[in-house]
Design a protein around this ligand. Structure first.
Ligand SMILES: NC(=O)c1ccc[n+]([C@@H]2O[C@H](COP(=O)([O-])OP(=O)(O)OC[C@H]3O[C@@H](n4cnc5c(N)ncnc54)[C@H](O)[C@@H]3O)[C@@H](O)[C@H]2O)c1
Ligand SMILES: O=C(O)[C@H]1O[C@H](OP(=O)(O)OP(=O)(O)OC[C@H]2O[C@@H](n3ccc(=O)[nH]c3=O)[C@H](O)[C@@H]2O)[C@H](O)[C@@H](O)[C@@H]1O
Length: 386
């Protein structure tokens, strides 16, 4: 059972949940709708299937006839206390018609990231582990819950794979039951150590199934499979984003990812640790661009998978030199040992995102790094010297 921690109010089972929002809209007329075939047979018992039919049908009507800004949506964000999740919550809460529920176990996320929304009547925060079932009446599920830094996901690999597999199964079960649309934040790691470059969505990947990263990359691959099986078998409306390295304010300062490591090291005057050989490449997407892509994918018409990332490609050594130049030119750059199975190259082909979502990133690395540096300076209490 989820423990409620926000607003001093129990938002769990003590009061009946309001009707899903498309049904709450006064212009909705269920009689005028043809119910979709995929809601049959009644696999979950009559009441939930009926709810699913009505909600799916209502959504179809609703989105054909109204612009997004007219929508009253109740939105669940799993992993919403984390880095990308908390920025997504900010974006969703900006629309005053939205209600947002965050479910997070705070493994790598923090209530601090959401503090500006705590107490807002349109916002609820639930301490909840997605490996347990959750019942909330929602229209949308952004399913982000999963540690993303390799250090965090390798810390307890069995838990990581449970989060990816059982957690996604639970969220798909919820989506099916309440007729919600669900978006999975998958990863470029499904391409493994890619033999095709740049990576298109058609590429099936080159992944080690038994390596130390497998709990994460194979876990996400199974999560994608589950999404498509629920879609084909149960008609659940799905969206899959394949996210490429994303950076920005609110990353955990010591979470081990490369951009946060380099900025923290530069600010502390410590050597930047380039893991060998330093010629491996990554493509870095600023978090506001990522959130924009996720919302467009969720509200668009395409299941995906769709790559969302910045196609600008940098070697890790180039990244270190750029951080050094922008943040602290006096720090040394050291080459240190790498970890197993580190992908040698990564760059998204974003043709699909451009064509199907009308999306492309706007913030370049040299614009984004200083924004992140400001946030890290504030949190580390290292003011800029004039
Ligand atoms: N940031 C990136 O570069 C990147 C790249 C590819 C994919 N992604 C995906 O995007 C999502 C968010 O990544 P992020 O960078 O914000 O990571 P993050 O670690 O900051 O956020 C993950 C959130 O999920 C929560 N969480 C973890 N396990 C949970 C569980 N079992 N139950 C409930 N909550 C749980 C954490 O506490 C945290 O708040 C993840 O699914 C990640 O795989 C991120
Ligand atoms: O884009 C993705 O799909 C994935 O990107 C990252 O995974 P990874 O690229 O391995 O992230 P980092 O730990 O930031 O490493 C990037 C590169 O920097 C190197 N690195 C890392 C840290 C460091 O201090 N120095 C350093 O050189 C690593 O060896 C690696 O080559 C994310 O952390 C994953 O959650 C995400 O799924």
């Amino acid at each position: 059972m989820a423990k409620e921690i926000s607003n001093g109010v129990n938002h769990g089972t003590s009061k009946p949940p309001p009707t899903p929002s498309p049904l709450r809209n006064s212009k909705f007329s269920p009689e005028s709708l043809e119910l979709p075939l995929f809601s049959l047979p009644l696999l979950d018992g009559p009441s939930s299937s009926l709810l699913c039919m009505l909600s799916n049908a209502a959504s179809a009507y609703f989105y054909d006839n109204f612009t997004l800004t007219d929508a009253n949506l109740r939105i669940l964000v799993t992993g919403g206390a984390g880095f990308i999740g908390s920025h997504l919550v900010d974006r969703l809460m900006e629309n005053e018609k939205n209600e947002v529920i965050v479910a997070d176990n705070f493994f790598s996320g923090s209530k601090d990231n959401l503090k500006k929304w705590i107490g807002n009547p349109r916002f609820e925060l639930i301490r909840h582990d997605v490996t347990e079932t959750l019942l909330v009446e929602v229209d949308r599920i952004y399913h982000l819950a999963c540690p993303a830094s390799p250090i965090f996901y390798k810390y307890n690999p069995v838990k990581t794979i449970k989060t990816n597999v059982i957690g996604t199964l639970n969220m798909l079960g919820l989506a099916k039951r309440v007729g919600a649309r669900i978006l999975l934040t998958s990863t470029s790691e499904v391409y493994g150590d890619p033999l095709e470059h740049p990576q298109t969505e058609e590429y099936w990947g080159n992944v080690n199934p038994i390596g130390v990263r497998s709990c994460y990359d194979e876990g996400k691959r199974v999560a994608e499979t589950l999404m498509f099986d629920y879609h084909r078998q149960h008609g659940v409306e799905i969206r899959i984003a394949r996210i490429f390295n994303t950076y920005g304010p609110r990353m955990n300062i010591d979470d081990g990812r490369v951009v946060s490591n380099f900025i923290a090291q530069a600010l502390r005057g410590e050597p930047l640790t380039v893991q060998s050989p330093g010629t491996q490449t990554r493509s870095f997407c600023y978090v506001s661009d990522m959130v924009d892509g996720l919302v467009r994918l969720m509200e668009g018409d395409h299941t995906g998978p769709i790559n969302i990332g910045n196609p600008g490609e940098f070697t890790i050594m180039e990244l270190a030199q750029t951080v050094k130049e922008l943040t602290n030119p006096s720090v040394p750059v050291n080459v240190v040992e790498n970890t197993p199975d580190d992908p040698r190259q990564r760059k998204p082909d974003i043709s699909k995102a451009r064509e199907l979502l009308g999306w492309e990133p706007k913030v370049g690395l040299r614009q984004g790094l200083p924004l992140m540096e400001e946030d890290f300076r504030r949190r580390l209490a290292i003011p800029r010297e004039n």
